[in-house]
Design a protein around this ligand. Structure first.
Ligand code: FES
Length: 93
């Protein structure tokens, strides 16, 4: 893959940027996320997450299963309790 390939389309982060950070010693997903905002776009890392984890695993010699994915946070925007209740009712059916 070309190093100028954008691996996070939500935040316009290239493969080179991720590799540079890893070579500087940032070898966890959360560290890279805090610096670049990778994984914080609308898809919440569903597109770029595995690519970043693969780069970390490759650079550190870890198995990708051992690389910790980002810490999940609650939604940034408020969610009405009525919506949550409706979703719960759907699960009961
Ligand atoms: S592609 Fe990275 S957060 Fe969506």
């Amino acid at each position: 893959m070309d190093e100028n390939t954008i691996i996070c389309r939500c935040s316009d982060i290239t493969l080179k940027e991720v590799r540079d950070l890893i070579s500087e010693g940032y070898v966890t997903y959360d560290e890279i996320k805090r610096i670049t905002r990778i994984g914080m776009g609308p898809c919440q890392g569903k597109t770029c997450g595995q690519l970043v984890m693969r780069e970390i695993a490759s650079a550190t010699g870890q198995n990708i299963k051992d690389v910790k994915f980002m810490t999940n946070r609650p939604p940034v925007v408020g969610v009405k309790l009525g919506l949550i209740a409706e979703e719960g009712k759907k699960d009961e059916k």
